[in-house]
Write a protein that binds this ligand. Structure first.
Ligand code: DAH
Length: 344
């Protein structure tokens, strides 16, 4: 005699094997497992009903259900094995039909001249024992000016046509000398750091000016630091970056509020011996502002000027890249002009 449970089992069994036969993916298989084989699945549900059956029905239905369950699990495992193999095969086929030669003519990129130069600069300074430092482009008045000995009414502020932000006292940094302040506040001497980064000034744009440009800043603080160390470091750097050992430097007095004495560094023109358009026929190129760090600056950053001294220098990284690669218009450097960029 067929009990209602026998009928249910037949239907469940038919549906289960049917679903299993049509399953093609691991996801479909998982759905079947959840529906039939899991702890809350149909088979568990039927098992749960066994205990309420009268003993005779239990003894006939029990083995039937057990038998179905074993076959269901066996068939499931076989199907799973099959599907996994199919999927592996599909992946292998997809790979074997991947035609590497199809990509032969694809263009490939190169590093921007800025990136190339920054890497070179960093390597040169690392070889001299400097560390790489970094600072934010959004700064406070205190870090960009005050701590660098440029108080609110100082005329030097006029040269830094500043982009002020809507938040009082906040600005876009006008020079990377800010990283000096961060480094001095974060670390104790001896200190040798170099930082490259973007700066902003509200200037009219032309072939040699842009509202955004890049600078590089260097800082060395220790006991008894001398100008000759500044001379040696900057000259060695310039010879290395232009790959010319005969580059000479000359120092002239200059004024920067954060150094005393302030020094302007010129380098001999790397491109000529008798005057050219790059050096404006002078054979010298102004390259770098520098000097011995002003005691006010050391003190404002928590370093005792009676024990420590140091030098700092800063140069236009944008200008250096333009000189190095013979780029005559800053706007090209900041454009996404592919014909221009492909040359590097
Ligand atoms: N921050 C200066 C500028 O933007 C450049 C500079 C001059 C940096 C002298 C220095 C320095 O570290 O000592 O024009």
């Amino acid at each position: 005699m067929n009990t209602p449970l026998d009928e249910s089992l037949k239907i469940v069994s038919r549906d289960y094997f049917n679903a299993l036969e049509h399953a093609q993916t691991a996801e479909q298989l998982e759905e079947i497992r959840l529906k039939y084989l899991s702890r809350n699945g149909t088979i568990a549900h039927l098992m749960g009903q066994l205990k309420d059956l009268p003993p005779q029905e239990k003894s006939t239905f029990g083995p039937l259900l057990n038998n179905f369950k074993n076959k269901a699990v066996e068939a499931f495992e076989a199907k799973r094995f099959h599907i996994i193999n199919q999927e592996i095969l599909k992946k292998q086929q997809a790979h074997s039909s991947f035609d590497v030669t199809a990509y032969k003519a694809q263009p490939y990129g190169t590093l921007h001249p800025y990136t190339q130069t920054i890497e070179e600069i960093e390597n040169i300074f690392i070889s001299m024992g400097f560390e790489i430092a970094d600072g934010p482009e959004i700064e406070t008045d205190v870090i960009n000016f005050e701590a660098l000995n440029i108080p609110a009414d100082h005329p030097a502020r006029d040269m830094h046509d500043t982009f002020w932000l809507d938040v009082p006292g906040m600005l876009l940094r006008t020079h990377t000398s800010t990283v000096q302040v961060h480094s001095m506040m974060q670390k104790r001497p001896p200190l040798a750091v170099i930082a490259t980064g973007r700066c902003y000034r509200h200037e009219a744009t032309d072939a040699s000016h842009d509202i955004m440009f890049m600078q590089c800043e260097g800082l060395f603080i220790d006991k008894n630091v001398s100008i000759s160390q500044l001379l040696g470091t900057t000259t060695t750097f310039l010879q290395a970056i232009f790959k010319k050992n005969d580059i000479k430097t000359r120092f002239r007095p200059g004024f920067f509020p954060f150094v005393e004495p302030g020094i302007e560094i010129d380098m001999s023109c790397p491109f000529c011996t008798s005057g050219c358009s790059t050096c404006k026929k002078t054979r010298w190129i102004e390259i770098c502002g520098s000097g011995l760090i002003h005691p006010h600056v050391l003190r404002s950053c928590g370093i005792d000027p009676d024990h420590y001294s140091g030098f700092a220098f800063g140069f236009g990284l944008t200008r250096l890249v333009m000189l190095k690669y013979g780029i005559y218009d800053i706007r090209l450097l900041h454009s996404a002009h592919l014909d221009f960029l492909r040359q590097f």
